[in-house]
Design a protein around this ligand. Structure first.
Ligand SMILES: NC(=O)c1ccc[n+]([C@@H]2O[C@H](COP(=O)([O-])OP(=O)(O)OC[C@H]3O[C@@H](n4cnc5c(N)ncnc54)[C@H](OP(=O)(O)O)[C@@H]3O)[C@@H](O)[C@H]2O)c1
Length: 274
C-alpha cells in the first residue's frame, strides 16, 4: 500500500525547517529533500522527536539533474503518493558558478532543477494535491528573454541571476496551474517576504548596518513559512501567496511573450532525464 507524504525541498534551510516543523506538528508525513544529508539529519531527528508526524530525509541536489532523476525514481520505486510538493530550495550566490550540467547555479537550481523535479513527480501527486513554488519580490525586477541562460563570469550579478530565476518560476507556476487544472492539482507560488535567514546576508561591508536596521523588522522563518503553508492547502490555483493573502498571477506573466521559448529551451536541456 502506498504512503502519502509532503515533499519539502531545501527542508534543512531556515524557512524549509519551519515549513517541515509546521507540517509535522499537524501529524503529516514529510520527506525532507536535502542536498546535504549529514548536515540536515539532526534537524530531521529533532523534528521527529518533537512532532507527531513521520519525517524522513532523502538526498536531492537540484544542481545535478542526475540527482533529481534519482530522487524521483526513488519516490516511484517506493510507490509514494504525494499530497503536496513544496519547492522551497533556493540559492543566491555572490560569485558565478555552474551546475553539473554547466548551467549558472542560481538558474540551474531554482528553475531548471526544480522544473525537472516537478515534472518527474507530477505522476505521483494525488488528485486534489498541491504544487507550491517559491517566488520573491525580485520577480518584479527579473527579466526573462533570449539571454536567460547566458550568465557568464563576465556578466554575472547575484540579483540578476536570482531575479530572473524567480520570475521564471512565477511564469512556470501560472502555466502549470492551467495545465494541471483538469487533474485537480493546485499550483501556486508562495512569496515569503523578506525573512531573517542566511540568504539575505550580502557578504558586504554594509551587512552589520543592515542587520541593525532591518533584522528587527523583517519576518522570522516561521512567519516566512506561512506563505508556502497557506498555498499548499488552498483551493485556488495560479495564485501568489503573501502570508495568507493571495492574488492571481498578473496577466503580463500568464501571457509572457518569452514563456514558450523558455519552456522549449528548458525541455531541450532536461530531455535526457525526462
Ligand atoms: N530569506 C528571504 O528573505 C527570502 C525572500 C524571498 C524568497 N526566499 C526564498 O525562500 C526559499 C528558502 O530560502 P531561505 O531564506 O530559507 O534560505 P536558506 O536558509 O539558505 O535555505 C535554502 C535551502 O535551499 C537549499 N539548497 C540550495 N541549493 C540546493 C541544491 N542544489 N539542491 C537542493 N537544495 C538546495 C539549501 O540547502 P543547503 O543548506 O545544503 O545549502 C537550503 O536548505 C528560497 O527559495 C529563497 O529563494 C527567501
Amino acid at each position: 500500500m502506498s504512503q502519502t507524504y509532503t515533499i519539502v525541498t531545501g527542508a534543512g534551510g531556515s524557512i524549509g525547517q519551519a515549513i517541515t516543523r509546521a507540517l509535522a506538528s499537524e501529524g503529516r508525513n514529510v520527506i525532507m529533500a536535502c542536498r546535504n544529508i549529514a548536515k540536515d539529519s539532526p534537524v530531521c531527528e529533532k523534528i521527529n522527536s518533537q512532532c507527531p508526524g513521520n519525517v524522513r530525509i532523502m538526498q536531492l541536489d537540484l544542481a545535478s539533474l542526475d540527482s533529481v532523476a534519482h530522487f524521483a525514481q526513488a519516490i516511484g520505486n517506493e510507490n509514494i503518493e504525494i499530497d503536496a510538493l513544496i519547492n522551497n530550495a533556493g540559492v543566491m550566490l555572490k560569485h558565478h558558478s555552474t551546475t553539473q550540467q554547466g548551467l549558472e547555479t542560481t538558474v540551474g537550481v531554482i528553475f531548471v532543477g526544480t522544473y525537472l523535479l516537478t515534472h518527474l513527480l507530477i505522476p505521483h501527486i494525488k488528485q486534489g494535491g498541491h504544487i507550491t513554488f517559491t517566488t520573491s519580490l525580485t520577480r518584479f525586477i527579473g527579466k526573462v528573454d533570449r539571454d536567460f541562460f547566458n550568465l557568464t563570469e563576465q556578466n554575472y550579478g547575484r540579483f540578476k541571476a536570482y531575479s530572473r530565476s524567480k520570475l521564471a518560476t512565477t511564469l512556470l507556476t501560472a502555466h502549470l496551474a492551467q495545465e494541471l487544472a483538469p487533474r485537480g492539482i493546485h499550483v501556486n507560488a508562495g512569496d515569503p517576504g523578506v525573512v531573517d535567514t542566511g540568504m539575505i546576508h550580502m557578504d558586504a561591508w554594509f551587512d552589520p548596518i543592515a542587520d541593525c536596521l532591518f533584522r528587527p523588522i523583517i519576518s522570522n522563518p516561521q512567519q516566512g513559512a506561512v506563505s508556502a503553508l497557506s498555498a499548499s492547502e488552498s483551493n485556488v490555483s495560479g495564485h501568489i501567496f503573501e502570508k495568507r493573502r493571495h492574488h492571481i498571477i498578473p496577466l503580463k506573466w500568464r501571457n509572457h511573450p518569452q514563456w514558450q521559448w523558455l519552456r522549449e529551451e528548458t525541455e531541450r536541456i532536461i530531455a535526457p532525464w525526462r
